[in-house]
Design a protein around this ligand. Structure first.
Ligand SMILES: [Zn+2]
Length: 366
């Protein structure tokens, strides 16, 4: 697709980058099945095993070797590559490409997928946004996720993996559809840059009226694309305004799991609201006195499907705290419901991105 708003200098990278995605970590067992031909190599490239299809079996690690079903490999690391259109199924989720099983301590292991960025974005797109949404909202989301993934690849280039599944929702091949693959293809290689730097293109479900500065929420250096903008578009989201009761005991349990000890909570107050009313900290008053925590950390500890955002007021309500707030998510970067409403009003994906990330350039890098 020709987009005169996308700077196209010809490819800056000679091929589609590969990203390393952490699928399983610190586990003693995982289920594996392979369709089609496959090859297994160790940390060197010589083939140590190959086959045609592998029935569902268990991966485990002991005495310095890796077991796959009833076969044992005396390697600290195995690389399994499915050939042609084969798929690798791990814990009932289907993936393309290549996985690496790497031993960790105490008979545990991690599994990392190596996948080309475009296929990965296809899988992310169907997980992060309803696949039926408008094409320009989906294109904006594809560029956002690609930019985020390229940023992580850059800053974690020397690490074992670039991305984990807490950062971007990803369901492997199951997230892909023909329509989504076409939409990804239409923005192939396009990322956002600010001052010719790639940046962490955060996004979230619903901002509730104004997005937040990255510094306010995550304490990281602010840049114009991540400094917050007004959003008059997401009021159709059911999380635009919400009210929910969460039991004090449940909050105390979740905090205890993170080694934060409070008992008999009386109040939870979001403090230092930003431009979108998201608190940067919360103050928790309890029998142990009052304690301040990073507000977004507190939201994630309680659970993002319970405490939808940190833009809340709250009151004690017997055994519960009643939280009333707006928005869903951390509030930084693209507001997904806002992007969908803009697309429905006829804005193109380039305009949507330039609204939520001011002062960016869109560049095709491969
Ligand atoms: Zn919004």
């Amino acid at each position: 697709m020709v987009q005169n708003e996308v700077l196209d200098y010809g490819p800056l990278l000679d091929k589609t980058p590969v990203v390393r995605v952490l699928l399983v970590n610190d586990k003693q067992e995982a289920q594996l099945a392979i369709s089609g031909c496959y090859q297994i190599t160790g940390s060197l490239t010589n083939i140590i095993d190959q086959g045609q299809g592998l029935q569902k079996c268990i991966i485990s690690v002991n005495n310095g070797g890796i077991n796959i079903g009833n076969k044992r490999y005396k390697n600290s690391e195995l690389r399994i590559t499915s050939q042609r259109d084969g798929e690798i199924e791990l814990n009932n989720i289907r993936y393309r490409g290549e996985i690496r099983i790497m031993q960790q301590f105490n008979n545990k292991f991690s599994v990392i997928e190596e996948i080309d960025l475009e296929s990965f974005i296809g899988g992310v797109l169907g997980s992060e946004m309803p696949p039926s949404w408008d094409e320009d909202a989906l294109r904006a989301q594809a560029v956002t996720a690609r930019t985020y993934a390229m940023y992580k690849k850059k800053v974690r280039r020397d690490e074992v993996y670039h991305l984990d599944m807490l950062e971007l929702a990803y369901k492997g091949v199951a997230g892909e559809t023909a329509r989504l693959n076409r939409i990804v293809q239409e923005t192939k290689g396009v990322v956002m840059v600010y001052n010719w730097n790639i940046f962490p293109a955060y996004f979230h479900s619903t901002c509730g009226g104004h997005t937040e500065d990255i510094n306010h929420v995550f304490g990281r250096d602010s840049i114009p694309p991540l400094s917050g903008v007004s959003c008059n578009y997401c009021n159709n989201s059911k999380h635009s305004n919400w009210s929910t009761d969460i039991s004090k005991a449940a909050i105390e349990t979740k905090l205890r799991e993170a080694n934060i000890f409070v008992s008999n909570i009386s109040t939870v107050t979001a403090i230092n609201p930003g431009a979108g009313d998201h608190g940067s900290k919360v103050s928790i008053t309890s029998a142990n006195g009052s304690k301040e925590l990073n507000a977004n950390d507190f939201r994630l500890l309680v659970g993002p499907n319970y405490l939808f955002s940190t833009a809340f007021h709250s009151r004690s309500n017997g055994k519960n705290i009643t939280f009333s707030g707006k928005g869903w998510g951390h509030g930084v970067g693209l507001c997904q419901y806002g992007a969908q409403a803009m697309a429905q009003k006829g804005f193109q994906w380039t305009a949507i991105l330039k609204h939520y990330y001011p002062k960016i350039e869109l560049v095709r890098v491969y």
